[in-house]
Design a protein. Structure first.
Length: 233
């Protein structure tokens, strides 16, 4: 089960899925859309209901939702691959600042409209290595300003309950993947791996948006994780 990040659709996983289909056709791979629910926990629960028991893979926002899913519904998560993901913001002051920033961004989404907001979002330095023909970029036109604002207000790290103190509850194998050029999330990945009992931290070439810039390397990691937990049929 593949879960996309903020401003993405399931199509953002198309290159990873294509590589998995080419090299590992025995794997049953499904990319999910992020559902719209009342709060962060309810969104993770809706993903659980849509996906069921599996190896779960989440990128950025999708990885944060996956962490909550794995803690709340551990029987559904046979293993996890967390890509460019954090466990939330532990410091309450920083969390409040992030919540205020995300609220302002949500107003921008409603005021600017989806197309202009997405142009600004993708112009950030952390997405500088994303190619113009990356999978899923065209599909983002289906995202509405209201949904983008909803994600910022309901699923942002400012409103998410930080999960750092609960990472020790995870008992399944967890692979943490970060880009060699993504210093912030690489450091977060190291810190998360120290708190998870069965964690491996892997670095691949690329920045933050690894499903778009490093699909071959990421597909190999996902396949290895699937075989490790017995998901291959």
């Amino acid at each position: 089960m593949l879960v996309p990040g903020f401003t993405q659709t399931a199509a953002s996983w198309d290159a990873v899925r294509a590589e998995l289909a080419r090299r590992h056709p025995e794997l049953d791979v499904l990319a999910l859309e992020i559902p719209e629910a009342d709060d962060f926990a309810a969104t993770a629960a809706a993903l659980a209901d849509a996906g069921g028991p599996a190896l779960w893979v989440g990128y950025s926002l999708g990885g944060r939702l996956l962490l909550r899913l794995a803690i709340d519904r551990p029987e559904l998560v046979h293993g996890a691959v967390l890509v460019s993901t954090s466990a939330g913001i532990a410091d309450p002051i920083e969390r409040a600042e992030r919540r205020a920033a995300d609220d302002a961004l949500s107003e921008d989404a409603l005021t600017l409209g989806a197309e202009r907001f997405l142009e600004r979002w993708l112009a950030q330095p952390m997405f500088a290595d994303v190619p113009d023909d990356a999978p899923g970029l065209a599909d983002r036109s289906t995202l509405t300003p209201r949904f983008l604002a909803h994600c910022l207000r309901v699923l942002g790290t400012g409103v998410m309950d930080p999960l750092w103190d609960r990472l020790g509850e995870l008992t399944v194998p967890v692979t943490i993947v970060t880009g060699a050029g993504d210093a912030k999330f690489d450091a977060i990945g190291v810190a998360m791996a120290e708190r998870i009992r069965r964690a491996a931290h892997l670095r691949v070439e690329g920045g933050h948006a690894l499903p778009l810039v490093a699909p071959v390397a990421l597909a190999a990691i996902v396949a290895a994780a699937a075989y490790a937990v017995g998901e291959a049929t």
